[in-house]
Design a protein around this ligand. Structure first.
Ligand code: SAH
Length: 243
């Protein structure tokens, strides 16, 4: 986990030996399960440290800044990761901020089975796993407007993704969306959706992922107003006919 350690140092994210051990166990399970099923395209140790762990952690300083730079924020934040797949970015965030109250959402049962095993093996508490579609869960009372922080990485284009995530954010809360190099165009397309859904862009920033020479951008949206009741629209529409 040498890459992870030095990268976390660069990001000024302190990791103790227990956290390093949790990342190591997570990487081992990813590798093991990936041999049986297609969980993630990247499962080699170096790739996992760079393109999963450090990539996910690179978003944290932006959130911490919004909360007055304390890492982790002193208040236990309620966070949901939408389309988490093999747990990204939700689980790396949880490992470094153990006081997070984390919900992981994915549409696929096998991802949820994997996550269940990881959560048990790492001894993480306050993690809830939900199999379901964002468009449906975002209309339910238990989830709508309930989260301080909503994250998503590699799930959909921004105009679709904002319709998935904004309903979950509480007023005053944040959406933290991880994007690659072509995000500028996507962002232009999504500006109307952000406004319609009650959000305001706080930052759309390039981020440097330690030991990864690829462009990354993070969109941070604050929810100012309630999301109108008609959103999210029914399953499939946010993707087929984006706002
Ligand atoms: N966030 C992870 C996984 C990305 S792959 C990562 O960065 O590695 C996209 C994942 O989103 C898949 O696991 C897929 O099942 C899930 N997904 C896509 N659309 C979804 C939706 N509308 N509701 C819930 N999950 C969704």
């Amino acid at each position: 986990m040498q890459l992870l350690k030095s990268g976390a140092d660069d990001l000024r994210i302190p990791l103790d030996s227990e956290q390093i051990e949790q990342f190591r166990a997570y990487a081992a399970l990813l590798d093991e399960w990936n041999q049986k099923m297609n969980l993630t395209a990247i499962a080699d140790s170096e790739g996992v440290q760079r393109k999963h762990f450090l990539d996910c952690l690179a978003g944290l300083p932006l959130v911490a800044e919004e909360y007055g730079s304390s890492m982790p924020p002193t208040r236990a934040l309620a966070c949901v990761d939408i389309g988490t797949g093999a747990g990204f970015p939700g689980l790396p965030l949880k490992i470094v901020w153990p006081n997070l109250k984390l919900t992981l959402v994915d549409g696929t049962a096998k991802k949820i089975r994997f996550l269940n095993e990881v959560v048990g093996a790492l001894g993480l508490d306050n993690v809830t796993l939900i199999q379901g579609r964002a468009e449906e869960l975002g209309r339910k009372r238990r989830f709508r407007g309930q989260f301080d922080l909503v994250t998503a990485r590699a799930v959909a284009r921004l105009n679709t993704l904002t319709e998935y995530v904004m309903p979950f954010v509480r007023q005053g809360g944040l959406a933290l969306l991880y994007k690659g190099p072509n995000a500028a165009e996507e962002f232009m397309e999504a500006r109307k959706a952000i406004e319609l859904l009650g959000g305001e862009t706080v930052r759309f920033s390039p981020v440097v992922v330690p030991s990864l020479n690829e462009e990354r951008r993070i969109l941070l949206v604050k929810k100012l107003r309630k999301t109108p009741k008609q959103y999210p629209r029914q399953q499939g529409l946010p993707r087929k006919d984006p706002l």
